[in-house]
Design a protein around this ligand. Structure first.
Ligand SMILES: [Zn+2]
Length: 299
């Protein structure tokens, strides 16, 4: 039976004898919070869920300072998709599209598609960004390929999502250590891939994390690390919105004030938080050359 702690959780594990490390992410309420914010067509909802699970998955084996985001843009009907997990385990995501959206969304078939993975503190300019090669149809394959290229280590990624859950499993072959038998390592890696290939989306979505790892790898020695809690959460703030308005410039801000009774309302697309700025606030943020940080309360 599934318990509450089986959802919104990230498990790191080690298949010690095989020399493989892994991450398993299972999202429940956090995913439903993101999925419920727009009336997403099924194919897009599925891709957004996979991207959200993947954003957490990719934080599993790195020392994250800031956030990790996966962003897809295209000139086709899927205009934009964004998923992010920060160093506190807070997840958010959204997608924008226009109709008609195809029933099947293949990355390699999207016109003008670009996918970037950004890691770090974007606002402070401390960030790393890498582009994902989009010759694959599915997100899991594309990310697998990205990992192999960026870390020079074989990786296997499995992603699945439905209306209730978004789940991701990532396996990485660990670097060969001196004196180890490379052939034996390859055998072990292939054995793990075979075991993992017995997993389908239905089982991935239906199983509690520890049950799933036991079912797949019980003949390996699985070492589980302390799980990390995940949750929906948005990093928006009045300061960030003020900074965004500042960057738009005086003309745009004046126009926005005129359009709505001398008040600007900004609604966060991720969490629906509303921010209000009157003319005095606007003058303050426009006259401030540095990153403005008005101390007003949010409404
Ligand atoms: Zn927000």
């Amino acid at each position: 039976m599934e318990t509450l702690s089986d959802d919104d959780v990230l498990h790191r594990f080690l298949l010690e004898h095989a020399g493989v490390r892994g991450v398993l992410v299972r999202l429940g309420p956090a995913w439903r919070d993101v999925a419920g914010r727009a009336d997403y067509p099924p194919a897009l909802r599925a891709l957004l869920g996979e991207a959200l699970a993947a954003s957490a998955l990719l934080t599993g084996n790195i020392k994250l300072d800031g956030a990790l985001s996966i962003e897809l843009k295209s000139t086709g009907p899927l205009r934009m998709l964004f998923a992010e997990c920060n160093d506190g385990g807070r997840l958010r995501g959204l997608a924008r599209w226009s109709e008609p959206l195809p029933d099947v969304l293949e990355l390699c078939a999207m016109p003008g598609a670009i996918m970037a993975i950004t890691i770090g503190q974007v606002e402070r300019g401390r960030r790393y960004q890498g582009l994902v090669d989009l010759h694959h149809a599915g997100l899991a394959e594309a990310l697998e390929n990205y990992f192999v290229q960026s870390e020079q280590l074989p990786a296997r990624i499995v992603l699945a999502s439905d209306g209730m859950h978004a789940v991701g499993l990532m396996l990485q072959k660990m670097p060969d250590e001196g004196g180890r038998d490379a052939v034996r390592d390859d055998d072990a890696w292939n054995r793990i891939l075979h075991l993992t290939a017995t997993l389908d989306a239905t089982e991935l979505l239906a199983s509690a994390p520890t049950q799933l790892l036991y079912r797949l790898y019980h003949e390996e020695s699985v070492r589980l690390f302390e799980p990390r809690a995940l949750a929906f959460g948005c990093s928006c703030s009045r300061e960030r919105v003020a900074s965004m308005l500042h960057s738009l410039g005086r003309d745009e801000v004046e126009a926005a004030l005129l359009a709505r009774d001398d008040e600007i309302e900004v609604i966060c697309e991720f969490c629906a938080q509303r921010y209000h700025f009157d003319r005095v606030d606007a003058e303050h943020l426009l006259s401030n050359n540095a990153a403005p940080a008005p101390s007003g309360t949010t409404q």
